[in-house]
Design a protein around this ligand. Structure first.
Ligand SMILES: NC(=O)C1=CN([C@@H]2O[C@H](COP(=O)(O)OP(=O)(O)OC[C@H]3O[C@@H](n4cnc5c(N)ncnc54)[C@H](O)[C@@H]3O)[C@@H](O)[C@H]2O)[C@H](O)CC1
Ligand SMILES: [K+]
Length: 495
């Protein structure tokens, strides 16, 4: 159920189902029924006003209106466009609505609930003219809005508004979620999201293909490290985190603490001599190693017990910092490269990509949008965030975590997950350092790269939800405990 379908794939799923013998009007009846049930739950009584558009989204609205009226609810309905212009299933659905069909306009009745059945995945241009006036009136109305399939005006593939767009309290979508339900601002505009099954068989996915998955524990829980009784610290991996200079050590310590909290058996902070005492004063379970240059880092990471390394947080730019990243790229450990370790290659991305291609162990790159644009300037212009992440993973040969309120995780083999649990208060200094550390901690325990990155992103968001507003980066690692407890039971078995 966690597969994601683009609008085109959704249409293909609809068509394959209809070709398989289930009439479209039956799908529409089921869709309308799901909308009517959601409407009853949102507004138990009072007038429901349904705004229908000229296509099958509007058809769903007609069905919902009829079912609500049959259930005894006061219902009014308006139609954008002429009734005799309705085609196919929409016309059939409209034919069974026996109430008045008001011409659509911005003068809305005082209603307990507004149902937005104007446009769905068939939206193919910005809403304008009368339709734009109606969208503005709906958004200005006091009544809550229930959107059918997608809030009208929202591009279902990008999550971007094409122009005027409905702001909904809730949305009912069908069969599978679309990228636009999970990518911002679509994730905010759709309100709470209900996924309804309308008679399309899961088997159709084999025919349509999928655009990725929503990032949920079901995607990677099986790959979580098994914490059986036989474990001891050396079997749970050893992660090295490279510290910045004396004035910039907090970021690496945040990453190191997070790696330990994520379950790594051992974590060592590799620290320049100038920062040794600063770091030592703050560390307890995280160990400290002196590292005065790339030679020291190569020597440290030559020890095969180091299973992962995290570079970038607080590292700084410049040739000496770059030399440290080059040393880590030449080492056998799995790598997480974040922040400065990415920007260091802005002038020569291919150098990074060839180093990644040459090494046996996996690499995860964790850029935010700005760092992404420096490493992949041409890909940054691609219209879909999913497309940007997928193309960059393929080009770099690394797992690509394109961070944001809607982080997308992509693997070089095309697999992709969209994360939708991050609360807005994660946007605080240091939260990216913690994410890099969690990813390093999971990679260090031997999790495959895509699963480790996706799990890290989800845990990061879940930890932030545990903490709530007022969150600062230091709160995140301790908040991993209740999150891990939902994933791993006290006997170390995955829940
Ligand atoms: N069998 C099925 O396909 C099912 C579909 N479901 C629902 O149908 C919609 C998709 O319906 P579709 O007719 O393809 O398009 P829309 O209703 O989304 O759009 C209507 C129509 O409007 C025109 N249009 C597009 N953009 C604009 C615009 N900016 N201004 C004016 N007019 C515009 C365009 O011609 C469109 O065709 C889907 O979302 C579901 O709600 C059923 O739920 C399941 C079966
Ligand atoms: K809609």
């Amino acid at each position: 159920m966690h597969e994601i379908l683009s609008a085109a794939r959704m249409r293909a799923a609809d068509q394959a189902t209809i070709a398989g013998g289930i009439p479209g009007i039956e799908l529409m009846e089921a869709a309308g029924r799901a909308v009517a049930e959601a409407a009853k739950a949102m507004a138990p009584d009072g007038l429901v006003h349904v705004l229908c558009g000229p296509g099958n989204n509007g058809g769903d609205g007609f069905v919902a209106a009829r079912l609500l009226a049959e259930a005894g609810r006061p219902v009014s309905l308006s139609l954008l466009g002429a009734r005799d212009r309705l085609r196919g299933d929409a016309a059939l659905a409209a034919a069974r609505w026996t109430g008045p069909v008001h011409p659509a306009g911005p003068d809305l009745p005082a209603a307990a609930l507004l149902i937005d059945a104007l446009f769905g995945v068939g939206l193919d241009r910005p809403i304008e003219g009368l339709a734009a006036e109606i969208v503005a009136a709906v958004n200005a109305a006091p009544a809550p809005v229930l959107a059918v399939d997608v809030p009208s005006g929202l591009d279902a593939d990008s999550g971007q508004p094409t122009g005027p767009v409905i702001e909904a309290e809730a949305t009912v979508t069908f069969f599978r979620k679309k990228p636009g339900h999970l990518l911002e601002p679509g994730r905010s505009l759709r309100g709470t999201l209900e996924l309804a099954q309308i008679g399309i068989a899961d088997a159709v996915l084999a025919e349509t293909g999928i655009d990725g998955h929503e990032n949920v524990p079901a995607l990677w829980a099986r790959a979580l490290p098994r914490l059986t009784g036989a474990a001891h610290k050396y079997t749970r991996g050893h992660v090295a985190v490279v510290s910045g200079p004396a004035t910039r050590t907090g970021a690496a310590r945040l990453a190191a603490g997070a790696a330990l909290r994520a379950g790594a058996g051992l974590v060592t902070l590799a620290s320049p001599g100038s920062a040794l005492l600063v770091n030592a004063a703050h560390l307890t379970a995280v160990m400290l190693a002196r590292m005065d240059g790339p030679g020291d880092l190569s020597a440290l990471l030559a020890d095969p017990r180091y299973t992962a390394a995290v570079l970038g947080p607080g590292m700084g730019l410049g040739p000496e910092a770059r030399a440290l990243t080059e040393a880590a790229l030449a080492a056998p450990a799995a790598l997480v490269l974040d922040a400065d370790a990415l920007t260091q290659f802005a002038d020569d991305p291919d150098r990074l990509f060839s180093a990644i291609a040459a090494r046996p162990a996996p690499v995860a790159l964790t850029p935010h949008a700005g760092e992404f644009a420096r490493l992949f300037p041409d890909l940054a212009k691609l219209p879909l965030k999913t497309g940007r992440a997928r193309a960059a993973a393929e080009r770099s040969g690394a797992v690509l975590v394109l961070k944001g309120a809607d982080t997308v995780i992509a693997a070089p083999d095309g697999r992709l997950a969209i994360n939708a649990n991050a609360p807005p208060w994660l946007a605080t200094a240091g939260s990216g350092d913690v994410l890099a550390g969690i990813a390093g901690g999971l990679l260090g325990q031997g999790m495959p790269a895509l699963e480790a990155a996706a799990a890290a992103v989800w845990m990061h968001g879940a930890a932030a939800n545990e903490v709530g507003p007022g969150l600062i980066a230091e709160d995140l690692a301790p908040a991993l405990r209740p999150v891990l407890a939902t994933l791993i039971d006290r006997n170390g078995r995955r829940t």
